[in-house]
Design a protein around this ligand. Structure first.
Ligand SMILES: Cc1cc2nc3c(=O)[nH]c(=O)nc-3n(C[C@H](O)[C@H](O)[C@H](O)COP(=O)(O)O)c2cc1C
Length: 216
């Protein structure tokens, strides 16, 4: 059995793939959280998608970090450690990702141990206005590149949420075509995750180098 990620029991022969879903919107009826719920519902057999709520994560503050990670940050890092892959669902706010999502990634990036974002398969999806969050995607992609996450760029999933309406008043995905695209996207991420299977030699090297060069 080959572990796909440190701390995970998944393997390439068909054991469950664990995907962590993180929504960049805190809104109760968020379309982006709705996308993740739909992804969880349609995930193929053998794929577990868990949604982690980032609302408790405080603003990144080096002084707070120096005193020890807050519980919500410990939980975030631990969820990432136990996941084989991470899906980030980003809204688009003023042509960028949301502050809360960037902040959560900043905290997560401070973990440079082997199960962290370094070398971890990831995907970005999003639902928003006319640009379908394309500009937020670009921004978060740059940020994730710096964390060492291995982002699956194609296929992309950028949902134009409003016209025609893709979500109901509770933020549930109601458009069948988008649901099909989302299902294909999750399947592609599972394939990506199995193919990458975390190159541990690289991850160890990159973690060591990054820690050595890290700003405090
Ligand atoms: C402060 C703010 C800025 C926004 N800027 C953009 C934008 O640049 N592009 C866009 O497509 N939508 C923009 N929107 C609309 C959001 O994409 C839309 O509200 C979306 O539903 C938010 O995601 P959520 O449903 O997951 O909360 C903005 C919304 C807010 C509140």
């Amino acid at each position: 059995m080959t572990n796909l990620s440190q701390g995970s029991t998944s393997d390439q022969a068909g054991a469950p793939i664990r995907i962590l879903g993180i929504s960049g919107s805190l809104r109760r009826a968020s379309f982006n959280t709705g996308l993740l719920r739909a992804a969880r519902d349609i995930a193929p057999a053998g794929v577990e998608l868990k949604i982690y709520d980032i609302r408790e994560i405080p603003f990144y503050d080096g002084d707070v970090e120096a005193e020890g990670d807050p519980a919500s940050v410990v939980a975030l890092k631990s969820e990432i450690q136990s996941a084989d892959a991470v899906i980030f669902a980003t809204p688009e706010y003023n042509c960028g990702t949301s502050g809360v999502l960037k902040n959560a990634i900043d905290w997560a990036s401070r973990d440079r141990s082997e199960g962290s974002l370094m070398g971890k398969p990831a995907a970005i999806i999003g639902a928003g206005g006319r640009a379908g969050t394309a500009r937020a995607h670009m921004q978060i992609h740059e940020t994730l590149a710096e964390t060492g996450a291995l982002v699956m760029v194609k296929p992309g999933l950028q949902v134009q949420a409003f016209s025609p309406p893709q979500f109901d008043a509770e933020g549930n995905l109601i458009d069948e075509k988008t649901r099909e695209l989302l299902a294909k996207h999750v399947e592609a991420l599972v394939t990506w995750t199995r193919l990458i299977a975390r190159p541990m030699e690289y991850v160890r090297y990159a973690c060591e180098m990054d820690t050595a060069a890290a700003v405090t």
